[in-house]
Design a protein around this ligand. Structure first.
Ligand SMILES: Cc1cc2nc3c(=O)[nH]c(=O)nc-3n(C[C@H](O)[C@H](O)[C@H](O)COP(=O)(O)OP(=O)(O)OC[C@H]3O[C@@H](n4cnc5c(N)ncnc54)[C@H](O)[C@@H]3O)c2cc1C
Length: 386
Protein backbone atom coordinates (compact mmCIF):
# COMPACT_ATOMS: atom_id res chain seq x y z
CA UNK A 1 0.00 0.00 0.00
CA UNK A 2 1.54 3.25 -1.12
CA UNK A 3 0.53 6.45 0.66
CA UNK A 4 1.92 9.88 -0.20
CA UNK A 5 1.47 11.15 3.36
CA UNK A 6 0.58 9.37 6.59
CA UNK A 7 -2.17 6.87 7.33
CA UNK A 8 -5.52 8.75 7.30
CA UNK A 9 -3.83 11.54 5.36
CA UNK A 10 -6.95 13.24 4.05
CA UNK A 11 -8.39 13.48 7.56
CA UNK A 12 -5.11 14.90 8.89
CA UNK A 13 -4.46 17.53 6.25
CA UNK A 14 -7.46 18.26 4.07
CA UNK A 15 -10.28 19.11 6.47
CA UNK A 16 -11.31 22.26 8.32
CA UNK A 17 -10.72 22.57 12.08
CA UNK A 18 -14.25 22.18 13.42
CA UNK A 19 -15.28 19.30 11.15
CA UNK A 20 -16.81 16.24 12.74
CA UNK A 21 -18.00 13.22 10.83
CA UNK A 22 -21.63 13.42 9.82
CA UNK A 23 -21.92 9.66 10.28
CA UNK A 24 -22.43 8.49 13.89
CA UNK A 25 -19.49 6.79 15.61
CA UNK A 26 -20.99 3.31 15.48
CA UNK A 27 -21.09 3.63 11.68
CA UNK A 28 -17.33 4.20 11.46
CA UNK A 29 -16.74 0.48 11.70
CA UNK A 30 -14.06 -1.00 9.49
CA UNK A 31 -13.72 -4.71 8.68
CA UNK A 32 -13.49 -6.54 12.03
CA UNK A 33 -12.83 -3.24 13.78
CA UNK A 34 -15.87 -1.59 15.39
CA UNK A 35 -15.96 1.78 17.14
CA UNK A 36 -14.32 1.30 20.53
CA UNK A 37 -15.32 4.45 22.43
CA UNK A 38 -18.06 5.26 24.92
CA UNK A 39 -20.16 7.55 22.70
CA UNK A 40 -21.54 5.30 19.96
CA UNK A 41 -24.13 7.87 18.86
CA UNK A 42 -21.69 10.81 18.82
CA UNK A 43 -19.69 12.20 15.89
CA UNK A 44 -15.90 11.98 15.65
CA UNK A 45 -13.66 15.01 15.50
CA UNK A 46 -10.84 14.84 12.96
CA UNK A 47 -8.26 13.76 15.54
CA UNK A 48 -10.61 10.96 16.62
CA UNK A 49 -11.01 9.82 13.00
CA UNK A 50 -7.24 9.78 12.58
CA UNK A 51 -6.86 7.74 15.79
CA UNK A 52 -9.58 5.31 14.65
CA UNK A 53 -8.07 4.68 11.20
CA UNK A 54 -4.51 4.54 12.55
CA UNK A 55 -5.71 2.03 15.15
CA UNK A 56 -7.23 -0.12 12.41
CA UNK A 57 -4.02 0.00 10.33
CA UNK A 58 -2.05 -1.14 13.40
CA UNK A 59 -4.59 -3.85 14.29
CA UNK A 60 -4.36 -5.47 10.85
CA UNK A 61 -0.63 -4.71 10.45
CA UNK A 62 -1.43 -2.94 7.20
CA UNK A 63 1.65 -2.99 4.98
CA UNK A 64 1.62 0.74 4.32
CA UNK A 65 4.62 2.45 2.81
CA UNK A 66 4.02 6.06 3.90
CA UNK A 67 5.54 9.21 2.35
CA UNK A 68 5.60 7.49 -1.02
CA UNK A 69 3.72 9.40 -3.71
CA UNK A 70 2.70 7.63 -6.89
CA UNK A 71 3.75 9.92 -9.71
CA UNK A 72 3.08 7.71 -12.72
CA UNK A 73 1.19 4.52 -13.61
CA UNK A 74 1.70 2.99 -17.07
CA UNK A 75 0.77 -0.30 -18.70
CA UNK A 76 3.64 -2.65 -19.22
CA UNK A 77 3.91 -6.32 -20.20
CA UNK A 78 0.28 -7.13 -19.40
CA UNK A 79 0.60 -5.42 -16.02
CA UNK A 80 1.52 -2.00 -14.68
CA UNK A 81 4.66 -0.05 -13.94
CA UNK A 82 4.15 2.21 -10.93
CA UNK A 83 6.60 5.06 -10.52
CA UNK A 84 6.84 6.70 -7.10
CA UNK A 85 9.11 9.27 -5.52
CA UNK A 86 10.66 6.34 -3.70
CA UNK A 87 11.30 3.86 -6.51
CA UNK A 88 9.42 1.77 -9.09
CA UNK A 89 7.11 -1.23 -8.83
CA UNK A 90 5.82 -3.64 -11.41
CA UNK A 91 2.58 -5.46 -10.75
CA UNK A 92 -0.04 -7.50 -12.56
CA UNK A 93 -2.85 -5.84 -10.69
CA UNK A 94 -3.41 -2.48 -9.03
CA UNK A 95 -6.14 -1.00 -6.82
CA UNK A 96 -6.73 2.73 -7.06
CA UNK A 97 -7.74 3.78 -3.55
CA UNK A 98 -6.56 7.35 -3.91
CA UNK A 99 -9.87 8.89 -2.89
CA UNK A 100 -12.89 10.55 -4.49
CA UNK A 101 -12.22 14.00 -3.09
CA UNK A 102 -8.62 15.00 -3.81
CA UNK A 103 -9.32 18.44 -5.25
CA UNK A 104 -12.13 20.98 -5.11
CA UNK A 105 -14.45 21.07 -8.10
CA UNK A 106 -15.18 24.72 -8.88
CA UNK A 107 -17.28 26.17 -11.73
CA UNK A 108 -15.70 28.05 -14.63
CA UNK A 109 -17.33 31.33 -13.50
CA UNK A 110 -14.63 31.43 -10.85
CA UNK A 111 -12.39 32.97 -13.52
CA UNK A 112 -14.67 36.02 -13.70
CA UNK A 113 -14.36 36.86 -10.02
CA UNK A 114 -13.35 40.51 -9.50
CA UNK A 115 -10.07 41.11 -7.68
CA UNK A 116 -11.86 42.71 -4.71
CA UNK A 117 -13.04 39.25 -3.62
CA UNK A 118 -10.77 36.47 -2.33
CA UNK A 119 -11.54 32.93 -3.35
CA UNK A 120 -11.40 29.85 -1.07
CA UNK A 121 -12.32 26.19 -1.30
CA UNK A 122 -12.90 23.68 1.49
CA UNK A 123 -9.21 22.79 1.17
CA UNK A 124 -8.03 26.37 1.92
CA UNK A 125 -10.55 26.99 4.68
CA UNK A 126 -9.57 26.09 8.24
CA UNK A 127 -11.77 28.39 10.37
CA UNK A 128 -13.45 31.81 10.02
CA UNK A 129 -10.09 33.54 10.59
CA UNK A 130 -8.85 31.99 7.31
CA UNK A 131 -10.95 34.62 5.50
CA UNK A 132 -10.42 38.39 5.31
CA UNK A 133 -12.84 40.40 7.47
CA UNK A 134 -16.24 41.11 5.89
CA UNK A 135 -19.14 39.40 4.18
CA UNK A 136 -18.89 35.95 2.66
CA UNK A 137 -20.65 34.32 -0.26
CA UNK A 138 -20.75 30.54 0.13
CA UNK A 139 -21.55 28.79 -3.14
CA UNK A 140 -23.13 25.35 -2.76
CA UNK A 141 -25.50 24.06 -0.08
CA UNK A 142 -24.52 20.44 0.40
CA UNK A 143 -22.83 19.14 3.56
CA UNK A 144 -19.75 21.36 3.20
CA UNK A 145 -21.61 24.51 2.19
CA UNK A 146 -24.23 24.42 4.95
CA UNK A 147 -21.62 23.60 7.59
CA UNK A 148 -19.31 26.44 6.56
CA UNK A 149 -22.19 28.92 6.16
CA UNK A 150 -23.34 28.03 9.67
CA UNK A 151 -19.87 28.38 11.19
CA UNK A 152 -19.21 31.70 9.44
CA UNK A 153 -22.59 33.13 10.44
CA UNK A 154 -22.00 32.13 14.07
CA UNK A 155 -18.61 33.87 13.96
CA UNK A 156 -20.42 37.14 13.30
CA UNK A 157 -19.98 37.33 9.52
CA UNK A 158 -22.70 38.32 7.10
CA UNK A 159 -23.23 35.19 5.05
CA UNK A 160 -25.02 34.73 1.74
CA UNK A 161 -25.55 31.14 0.63
CA UNK A 162 -26.09 30.29 -3.02
CA UNK A 163 -28.29 27.20 -3.30
CA UNK A 164 -28.62 24.87 -6.27
CA UNK A 165 -29.75 21.24 -6.28
CA UNK A 166 -29.43 19.84 -2.77
CA UNK A 167 -30.39 16.90 -0.59
CA UNK A 168 -32.34 17.88 2.51
CA UNK A 169 -32.39 15.50 5.48
CA UNK A 170 -33.33 15.88 9.14
CA UNK A 171 -30.66 14.73 11.59
CA UNK A 172 -33.15 12.69 13.61
CA UNK A 173 -36.26 10.91 12.36
CA UNK A 174 -38.75 9.13 14.60
CA UNK A 175 -36.22 9.20 17.43
CA UNK A 176 -33.37 7.62 15.44
CA UNK A 177 -30.46 9.10 13.53
CA UNK A 178 -31.37 9.53 9.87
CA UNK A 179 -28.32 7.46 8.87
CA UNK A 180 -29.54 4.62 11.07
CA UNK A 181 -32.61 4.62 8.81
CA UNK A 182 -30.44 4.69 5.67
CA UNK A 183 -28.63 1.61 6.84
CA UNK A 184 -31.39 -0.36 8.60
CA UNK A 185 -33.89 0.05 5.75
CA UNK A 186 -31.34 -1.21 3.21
CA UNK A 187 -31.39 2.02 1.16
CA UNK A 188 -27.65 2.48 1.64
CA UNK A 189 -26.92 -1.09 0.55
CA UNK A 190 -28.76 -0.73 -2.74
CA UNK A 191 -26.41 -2.09 -5.39
CA UNK A 192 -25.09 -0.02 -8.28
CA UNK A 193 -26.72 -2.39 -10.80
CA UNK A 194 -30.12 -1.93 -9.13
CA UNK A 195 -30.05 1.88 -9.17
CA UNK A 196 -32.36 3.38 -11.84
CA UNK A 197 -30.06 6.17 -13.01
CA UNK A 198 -26.52 5.28 -11.97
CA UNK A 199 -24.90 8.34 -13.54
CA UNK A 200 -27.21 10.57 -11.56
CA UNK A 201 -26.79 8.61 -8.35
CA UNK A 202 -23.02 8.98 -8.68
CA UNK A 203 -23.36 12.77 -9.00
CA UNK A 204 -25.82 13.22 -6.15
CA UNK A 205 -24.68 16.00 -3.81
CA UNK A 206 -23.87 15.09 -0.20
CA UNK A 207 -26.80 15.49 2.21
CA UNK A 208 -27.30 18.63 4.30
CA UNK A 209 -26.12 17.08 7.55
CA UNK A 210 -23.75 17.99 10.35
CA UNK A 211 -22.49 15.92 13.27
CA UNK A 212 -22.87 17.86 16.53
CA UNK A 213 -23.16 16.77 20.16
CA UNK A 214 -26.72 18.17 20.08
CA UNK A 215 -27.67 15.98 17.07
CA UNK A 216 -29.01 19.15 15.48
CA UNK A 217 -30.57 19.43 12.04
CA UNK A 218 -28.82 21.87 9.71
CA UNK A 219 -31.15 22.66 6.84
CA UNK A 220 -32.00 25.88 5.02
CA UNK A 221 -34.75 26.77 7.51
CA UNK A 222 -32.22 26.59 10.35
CA UNK A 223 -29.74 28.71 8.42
CA UNK A 224 -32.36 31.30 7.47
CA UNK A 225 -33.48 31.56 11.09
CA UNK A 226 -29.84 32.18 12.05
CA UNK A 227 -29.69 35.08 9.59
CA UNK A 228 -28.03 33.50 6.55
CA UNK A 229 -29.34 35.04 3.34
CA UNK A 230 -30.33 32.43 0.77
CA UNK A 231 -29.97 33.14 -2.94
CA UNK A 232 -30.41 30.91 -5.98
CA UNK A 233 -27.85 28.95 -7.93
CA UNK A 234 -24.89 31.04 -9.11
CA UNK A 235 -25.37 31.31 -12.87
CA UNK A 236 -22.57 33.64 -13.88
CA UNK A 237 -20.48 36.62 -12.84
CA UNK A 238 -20.75 39.58 -15.21
CA UNK A 239 -19.10 42.96 -14.79
CA UNK A 240 -18.35 42.18 -11.18
CA UNK A 241 -21.91 41.13 -10.35
CA UNK A 242 -22.87 37.62 -9.33
CA UNK A 243 -26.12 36.61 -11.03
CA UNK A 244 -28.32 34.00 -9.36
CA UNK A 245 -31.09 31.79 -10.67
CA UNK A 246 -34.62 32.73 -9.71
CA UNK A 247 -35.71 29.12 -9.29
CA UNK A 248 -35.40 28.80 -5.52
CA UNK A 249 -39.04 27.91 -4.96
CA UNK A 250 -38.69 24.93 -7.33
CA UNK A 251 -35.36 23.84 -5.85
CA UNK A 252 -36.85 23.87 -2.36
CA UNK A 253 -40.01 22.04 -3.46
CA UNK A 254 -37.94 19.34 -5.16
CA UNK A 255 -35.67 18.83 -2.15
CA UNK A 256 -38.67 18.69 0.21
CA UNK A 257 -40.44 16.24 -2.10
CA UNK A 258 -37.43 13.94 -2.28
CA UNK A 259 -36.91 14.07 1.47
CA UNK A 260 -40.56 13.15 2.05
CA UNK A 261 -40.33 10.30 -0.45
CA UNK A 262 -37.33 8.93 1.39
CA UNK A 263 -39.17 9.24 4.72
CA UNK A 264 -42.11 7.38 3.12
CA UNK A 265 -39.67 4.60 2.16
CA UNK A 266 -38.48 4.42 5.75
CA UNK A 267 -42.06 4.35 7.07
CA UNK A 268 -42.98 1.55 4.66
CA UNK A 269 -39.93 -0.41 5.72
CA UNK A 270 -40.72 0.08 9.42
CA UNK A 271 -44.31 -1.07 8.88
CA UNK A 272 -43.48 -4.15 6.87
CA UNK A 273 -40.63 -5.28 9.12
CA UNK A 274 -42.59 -4.68 12.33
CA UNK A 275 -39.93 -2.16 13.38
CA UNK A 276 -42.67 0.40 14.06
CA UNK A 277 -42.76 -0.57 17.71
CA UNK A 278 -39.07 0.32 18.15
CA UNK A 279 -39.37 3.90 16.90
CA UNK A 280 -41.67 6.84 17.53
CA UNK A 281 -44.52 7.84 15.21
CA UNK A 282 -43.99 9.08 11.64
CA UNK A 283 -43.40 12.82 11.39
CA UNK A 284 -43.08 15.36 8.62
CA UNK A 285 -41.08 18.59 8.64
CA UNK A 286 -41.93 22.18 7.80
CA UNK A 287 -41.39 22.85 4.08
CA UNK A 288 -38.32 24.94 3.28
CA UNK A 289 -39.33 28.57 3.73
CA UNK A 290 -39.03 30.77 0.65
CA UNK A 291 -38.02 34.36 1.34
CA UNK A 292 -40.46 36.90 -0.13
CA UNK A 293 -37.85 38.22 -2.57
CA UNK A 294 -34.51 36.47 -2.93
CA UNK A 295 -31.81 38.61 -4.49
CA UNK A 296 -31.06 37.84 -8.11
CA UNK A 297 -27.72 39.61 -8.18
CA UNK A 298 -24.97 40.73 -5.87
CA UNK A 299 -22.35 43.40 -6.47
CA UNK A 300 -19.00 41.79 -5.71
CA UNK A 301 -17.10 45.08 -5.99
CA UNK A 302 -18.83 47.29 -3.44
CA UNK A 303 -17.13 45.75 -0.39
CA UNK A 304 -20.23 43.95 0.91
CA UNK A 305 -18.69 40.57 0.00
CA UNK A 306 -14.97 40.12 0.69
CA UNK A 307 -14.63 36.38 0.10
CA UNK A 308 -16.22 33.52 -1.76
CA UNK A 309 -16.09 29.97 -0.47
CA UNK A 310 -16.63 27.44 -3.25
CA UNK A 311 -18.44 24.52 -1.66
CA UNK A 312 -19.25 23.09 -5.07
CA UNK A 313 -17.97 19.58 -4.54
CA UNK A 314 -14.82 17.56 -4.95
CA UNK A 315 -13.28 15.34 -7.57
CA UNK A 316 -10.52 12.77 -7.72
CA UNK A 317 -7.08 13.67 -9.09
CA UNK A 318 -5.63 11.13 -11.51
CA UNK A 319 -2.96 13.30 -13.14
CA UNK A 320 -0.47 10.50 -12.42
CA UNK A 321 -2.51 7.85 -14.20
CA UNK A 322 -1.07 7.46 -17.72
CA UNK A 323 -3.60 4.85 -18.75
CA UNK A 324 -6.57 6.14 -20.82
CA UNK A 325 -9.30 5.24 -18.32
CA UNK A 326 -10.49 8.68 -17.22
CA UNK A 327 -13.45 10.44 -18.89
CA UNK A 328 -13.76 14.12 -19.90
CA UNK A 329 -15.03 14.99 -16.40
CA UNK A 330 -11.90 13.53 -14.83
CA UNK A 331 -13.76 10.48 -13.52
CA UNK A 332 -12.63 6.89 -13.77
CA UNK A 333 -14.54 4.68 -16.22
CA UNK A 334 -15.32 1.52 -14.33
CA UNK A 335 -17.92 -1.20 -13.83
CA UNK A 336 -18.40 -1.84 -10.12
CA UNK A 337 -14.75 -0.98 -9.48
CA UNK A 338 -13.31 -2.99 -12.39
CA UNK A 339 -11.67 -0.27 -14.46
CA UNK A 340 -12.79 -0.29 -18.10
CA UNK A 341 -10.24 -1.40 -20.71
CA UNK A 342 -7.54 -1.94 -18.08
CA UNK A 343 -7.34 -5.61 -17.07
CA UNK A 344 -6.16 -6.04 -13.50
CA UNK A 345 -6.93 -2.44 -12.53
CA UNK A 346 -9.53 -1.91 -9.81
CA UNK A 347 -10.86 1.03 -7.82
CA UNK A 348 -12.47 1.51 -4.45
CA UNK A 349 -13.95 4.44 -2.53
CA UNK A 350 -15.77 6.12 -5.44
CA UNK A 351 -19.41 7.25 -5.43
CA UNK A 352 -21.87 4.32 -5.72
CA UNK A 353 -18.98 2.07 -6.75
CA UNK A 354 -20.93 -1.06 -5.75
CA UNK A 355 -23.49 0.37 -3.37
CA UNK A 356 -25.04 3.68 -2.38
CA UNK A 357 -22.82 3.70 0.72
CA UNK A 358 -19.57 3.23 -1.24
CA UNK A 359 -17.96 6.59 -0.39
CA UNK A 360 -18.70 6.36 3.32
CA UNK A 361 -16.33 4.78 5.81
CA UNK A 362 -18.80 2.00 6.53
CA UNK A 363 -19.11 1.32 2.80
CA UNK A 364 -15.52 0.10 2.54
CA UNK A 365 -16.11 -3.37 3.99
CA UNK A 366 -18.68 -4.75 1.54
CA UNK A 367 -17.09 -3.07 -1.49
CA UNK A 368 -13.59 -4.25 -0.57
CA UNK A 369 -14.84 -7.84 -0.23
CA UNK A 370 -16.39 -7.73 -3.71
CA UNK A 371 -13.53 -5.94 -5.42
CA UNK A 372 -10.91 -8.17 -3.84
CA UNK A 373 -12.85 -11.26 -4.92
CA UNK A 374 -12.77 -10.00 -8.53
CA UNK A 375 -9.10 -9.15 -8.25
CA UNK A 376 -8.22 -12.54 -6.80
CA UNK A 377 -10.03 -14.25 -9.64
CA UNK A 378 -8.09 -12.13 -12.11
CA UNK A 379 -4.74 -12.77 -10.51
CA UNK A 380 -5.33 -16.48 -10.07
CA UNK A 381 -1.92 -17.01 -8.63
CA UNK A 382 -0.05 -13.93 -9.91
CA UNK A 383 1.95 -11.62 -7.71
CA UNK A 384 2.96 -8.02 -7.27
CA UNK A 385 6.67 -7.50 -7.04
CA UNK A 386 8.86 -4.52 -6.17
C1 LIG B 1 -15.26 17.05 3.73
C2 LIG B 1 -15.56 15.59 3.77
C3 LIG B 1 -16.29 15.06 4.81
C4 LIG B 1 -16.57 13.69 4.86
N1 LIG B 1 -17.31 13.21 5.90
C5 LIG B 1 -17.55 11.89 5.97
C6 LIG B 1 -18.26 11.33 7.07
O1 LIG B 1 -18.72 12.05 7.94
N2 LIG B 1 -18.43 9.98 7.13
C7 LIG B 1 -17.95 9.15 6.15
O2 LIG B 1 -18.15 7.94 6.26
N3 LIG B 1 -17.32 9.65 5.09
C8 LIG B 1 -17.10 10.99 4.98
N4 LIG B 1 -16.44 11.51 3.90
C9 LIG B 1 -16.06 10.61 2.84
C10 LIG B 1 -14.68 10.08 3.18
O3 LIG B 1 -13.72 10.81 2.48
C11 LIG B 1 -14.60 8.65 2.92
O4 LIG B 1 -15.49 7.95 3.74
C12 LIG B 1 -13.21 8.04 3.18
O5 LIG B 1 -12.24 8.99 3.47
C13 LIG B 1 -12.78 7.38 1.93
O6 LIG B 1 -11.54 6.80 2.19
P1 LIG B 1 -10.57 6.54 1.00
O7 LIG B 1 -9.40 5.83 1.62
O8 LIG B 1 -11.29 5.90 -0.13
O9 LIG B 1 -10.15 7.99 0.48
P2 LIG B 1 -9.23 9.08 1.17
O10 LIG B 1 -9.53 9.21 2.61
O11 LIG B 1 -9.31 10.30 0.31
O12 LIG B 1 -7.77 8.45 1.06
C14 LIG B 1 -7.04 8.41 -0.15
C15 LIG B 1 -5.57 8.36 0.20
O13 LIG B 1 -4.82 8.24 -0.99
C16 LIG B 1 -3.65 9.05 -0.88
N5 LIG B 1 -3.22 9.38 -2.23
C17 LIG B 1 -3.89 10.08 -3.17
N6 LIG B 1 -3.15 10.19 -4.30
C18 LIG B 1 -2.00 9.53 -4.07
C19 LIG B 1 -0.83 9.30 -4.86
N7 LIG B 1 -0.72 9.75 -6.10
N8 LIG B 1 0.18 8.58 -4.29
C20 LIG B 1 0.08 8.07 -3.03
N9 LIG B 1 -1.01 8.30 -2.25
C21 LIG B 1 -2.03 9.02 -2.77
C22 LIG B 1 -4.11 10.27 -0.08
O14 LIG B 1 -3.03 10.91 0.57
C23 LIG B 1 -5.11 9.65 0.89
O15 LIG B 1 -4.52 9.30 2.12
C24 LIG B 1 -16.13 12.86 3.82
C25 LIG B 1 -15.39 13.40 2.76
C26 LIG B 1 -15.11 14.75 2.73
C27 LIG B 1 -14.31 15.30 1.58
Amino acid sequence: MLERGDVANSWRRERWDSLRLLTPNWQSRLPGYPYHGADADGFMTMSEVVAHITGFAAAISAPVRTHTAVTRVRREDGGYRVTTDGGEFRCRSIVLASGAANVARTPDVRQALPKEVESFTAFDYRNPDSLPPGGVLVVGASATGVQLADELQRSGRRVTLSVGEHVRLPRMYRGRDILWWMEASGVWSQRYDEVDDLERARRLPSPQLVGTPEHATLDLNVLQAAGVEIVGRLGTIRDGRALFSGGLRNQFALADLKMNRLLDTFDDWARTTASDAEVSSPERFEPTRVAASARLSLDLRNGEIRSIVWATGFRPDYHWLEVPVVNYRGELRHEGGAVADAPGMYAIGLPVLRRRKSTFILGAEDDARDVVADLARYLAGGSCRA
